[in-house]
Design a protein around this ligand. Structure first.
Ligand SMILES: [Ca+2]
Length: 238
């Protein structure tokens, strides 16, 4: 590979930004079209959330309150565990941003000109293949029991797999509609409310594959934050 080819992605983005396409556009995370929406292809990462914090100065509730939570025979607060360091240790910046409550997830999406999906939108994208010519084994218009397809294979659950904790973006198998980690890795906040609680979708690396299924209904207090809860954003197709 030549030096020029190696530089191509960053040069292309820098040139486009310089031409007035806009830095915000250049920094949009990879997205895929499903129906009328563009979906973040992966859960929002530490690197992506860092841009929001850099731009807004936002300090999260987990940071203010001394760290996020992990479930070990009950919810335990973990000092120093925040979106910057989900497990309290320096990490690569393409793991999911977690320890974020519903309002923080929503604020991030709004900053990007996007929003959190609804549960119905999320389920449509996660379980019903909508690409016109999907790669095998996926078939257009077919509903699947798991966001990974007919089986949960390739997802990051608590079942044996290469990832003891959260997996980096794009490391697991691409699922229905080409999206990564709709099933497992981290739970994903969506808009649907029940009193002071908000719904979370898809299960996480802490759970077995059953939590990835479409009939699972899970709500959490909107002000809660934990090592297993992240999110992704959607926006209308321009
Ligand atoms: Ca997920």
């Amino acid at each position: 590979m030549t030096h020029l080819q190696t530089l191509w992605p960053s040069v292309a983005l820098a040139v486009l930004a310089g031409l007035g396409a806009g830095a915000a556009w250049a920094q949009e995370p990879p997205a895929l079209r499903v129906g009328a929406l563009l979906w973040d292809r992966t859960e929002v990462t530490v690197a992506q959330f860092a841009r929001f914090v850099q731009a807004t100065g936002r300090v999260t509730q987990a940071e203010r309150e001394g760290g996020g939570f992990e479930y070990v025979g009950g919810w335990q607060r973990r000092p120093g565990w925040t979106w910057r360091q989900p497990d309290g240790q320096p990490v690569r910046d393409d793991v999911p941003a977690v320890h974020l409550n519903f309002a923080e997830a929503q604020a991030y999406c709004q900053w990007r000109g996007a929003r959190l999906p609804t549960a119905a939108e999320w389920q449509s994208a996660a379980y019903v293949e909508q690409r016109s010519d999907p790669p095998a084994p996926f078939q257009r218009a077919r509903p699947y029991p798991y966001p990974t397809g007919e089986t949960p294979q390739g997802a990051n659950t608590s079942d044996p797999d290469p990832w003891p904790r959260a997996a980096p973006a794009g490391a697991t198998a691409a699922g229905v509609n080409g999206l990564f980690d709709m099933g497992a890795n981290v739970w994903e906040w969506v808009q649907d409310a029940q009193g002071d609680e908000r719904r979370t979708m898809g299960g996480s690396w802490w759970y077995g594959a059953h939590q990835m299924r479409a009939d699972v209904v899970a709500y959490k207090p909107a002000s809660f934050y934990a090592v297993y809860i992240g999110f992704r954003c959607v926006r209308p197709v321009p």
